[in-house]
Design a protein around this ligand. Sequence first.
Ligand code: ZN
Length: 108
Amino acid sequence: MSRHADPIEAMERFLARTAPYDAPAGSPTTTVELRSGRLRGRFELTDRQVAALAEALDAWHDPDDAGRCGQCHGRLGRDLSCRECGHLDGIFGATVAQHAARIAGHTD
Ligand SMILES: [Zn+2]
């Protein structure tokens, strides 16, 4: 989870990062209002800042989203095991399966 959970402060930091590249500054075209508890933030964004915000939101990836199971298309956990069928997916799953096969075929 982000170390900065305050969305108003996050928006302020985001706009401070985008502002230097919006020169000459465009006219605000979009208003974003945020309420977090008792705090409120109202931000006027230029077209360039709107595009940057949309791109940032689209690029966001949930850290708990490990993808879909190759067997049943269920959701994978962080350990790449399927929550639906228990299949181990990805390189980790393939490595575990190969190791298990080696052990099963090993004869002393
Ligand atoms: Zn599955």
